[in-house]
Design a protein around this ligand. Structure first.
Ligand code: TYD
Ligand code: MG
Length: 457
């Protein structure tokens, strides 16, 4: 790889200097000079790739999916990447510590190694023995999987040179450091610089590189966020410590659709794919419990049934409490206000708790109607009909607004055995509704309450 050199760049005026300086000679600001490694000239393969790309072609002359993909024998993971791993791509997997990033990647690369050829798992956090123990727990025996504990970037590159793996995992990017930089590992410039080197490595060699990045609860300091524009694909592994479900979400993908989601369950023997998540999320549902509503939400292109629960109790405070778990707090406040003003359900003396079962987070407004009905059902202490699923956004006038991908949502509800879906009356054009399930179309929140509680509200 070409030689690189360290320079100092002012974050204020862009002035560069070969030496470290407290004060920028350009704009006289203090502490604005940040060290950077000057990108070396692209060599070999990288230059050729750049050369090939610069010839303009007619749209029709460009092939559809020019990317070769290595299939991953794990359907949920494969879907999130857009149908397999593109050789030479740099993939970042972010998530809170302990969520299962190392476990999932170890499982995936072990599977891939048997198929693509050698895989190298570089850990800066655990010893090879620890990883071996985890591998035993996961039942991994692959002969093509190599492990090493290393944090020095150049040593890692040497290992790669010698082993010539097809897949490389760097766990984590925050523990990896570049010799030429003075700053500590995990520092913004270290993290960025190391990631750029891995990007170059991936493009030159065709190795698929996975970077693990930790996000902290307080927001990410030198975490995956600063890397999002450097890498090709960004995946986040989400979930919470109290539940076993884990969602792998793509937020950026140069080689496929974003907002795809894969669902896993963390079990004693590692991450298990959940191929029918709706069923899993509804597994513990209690039929005819007041305050429980089934919503059909979309995770990317995938419909998912989930249970929204609400509990309203008389408050003992001057300001009643609103607690939202798994739904947006501001949406909850809006829904509660509309319920009071447009449907006459008094909530000013009620504490309201809303919870989405299974640790799922729903951030789309299409869940509004479900939240509203769950609250109403709890206030009235009357259960929703057991065969009814709900979808719809609520406007400030109490109107029920159209939602995206209604047919897909209705099909999913039908698949899970629901007999009826409560939907918005206004349907987007070009959305022919499936006839395998009955739909009840409503215009307003009032109408929805009429349907559900048979006029008695
Ligand atoms: P880990 O993959 O180390 O998380 P990360 O790399 O994101 O920090 O997972 C850590 C947790 O997962 C740990 O609390 C133990 C649990 N775990 C299981 O429940 N089952 C398993 O098979 C394994 C390997 C870990
Ligand atoms: Mg880990």
């Amino acid at each position: 790889m070409a030689k690189s050199r360290t320079i100092y760049v002012c974050q204020n005026c862009g002035r560069t200097s070969p030496r470290e300086m407290g004060r920028c000679p350009g704009c006289d600001e203090w502490n604005t000079m940040v060290e950077q490694v000057e990108a070396p000239e692209p060599s070999g393969m990288a230059r050729r790739v750049a050369g090939e790309r610069s010839e303009p072609k007619r749209l029709a002359e460009i092939e559809g999916d020019p990317w070769e993909r290595w299939p991953i024998p794990m359907e949920e993971f494969s879907r999130v990447l857009g149908g397999g791993i593109v050789p030479g791509s740099l993939i970042l997997i972010g998530g809170e510590p302990g969520i299962g990033k190392s476990t999932l990647l170890l499982q995936v690369v072990a599977m891939m190694a048997d198929y693509t050829g050698p895989a190298l798992y570089v850990s800066g956090e655990e010893s090879a023995r620890q990883i071996k123990m985890r591998a035993e727990r996961l039942g991994i025996t692959s002969d093509n999987l190599f492990l090493v504990t290393e944090t020095n970037l150049h040593v890692i590159l040497n290992h790669v040179e010698q082993l010539r793996p097809r897949v490389l995992v760097v766990d984590s990017i925050q523990t990896t450091y570049h010799d030429d930089l003075q700053s500590a590992p995990g520092n913004v410039s270290q993290v960025k610089q190391c990631a750029s080197v891995f990007q170059q490595l991936a493009k030159e060699s065709g190795i698929a590189v996975f970077l693990v990045g930790h996000v902290t609860k307080e927001g990410s300091i030198a975490g995956p966020r600063v890397l999002e524009h450097i890498v090709d694909t960004v995946l986040y592994l989400e979930g919470d410590a109290f539940h076993t479900f884990r969602l792998l979400r793509s937020v950026k993908n140069r080689f496929g659709a974003t907002s795809e989601v894969g669902v896993f369950e963390m079990q004693g023997g590692g991450m298990i794919e959940v191929l029918n998540p709706s069923e899993a999320f509804l597994a513990e549902r209690v039929i005819n419990a007041p305050g429980s509503v089934i919503v059909v939400t979309m995770e990317g292109t995938r419909p998912l049934l989930a249970e929204v629960q609400a509990l309203a109790t008389t408050t003992s405070f001057a300001n009643p409490r609103r607690t939202a778990n798994g739904v947006d707090f501001n949406r909850l406040a809006l829904v509660a206000a509309v319920l009071t003003r447009r449907a006459g359900i008094r909530l000013s003396e009620q504490d309201i708790f809303v919870n989405v079962i299974g640790g799922l987070k729903i951030d789309e407004p299409a869940a509004d109607l479900a939240v509203a009905l769950a609250i109403a059902s709890s206030v009235k202490d009357r259960p929703m009909p057991a065969d009814l699923a709900v979808v719809g956004e609520i406007g400030l006038s109490g109107e029920i607004r159209a939602v995206s991908q209604l047919p897909a949502r209705m099909n999913e509800a039908a698949k899970l055995g629901f007999g009826r879906v409560l939907i918005p009356k206004t349907v987007r054009r070009g959305d022919p509704l499936p006839d395998i399930i009955d739909s009840i179309a409503v215009r307003s929140l009032d109408e929805a309450l009429d349907v559900v509680f048979r006029g008695d509200h």
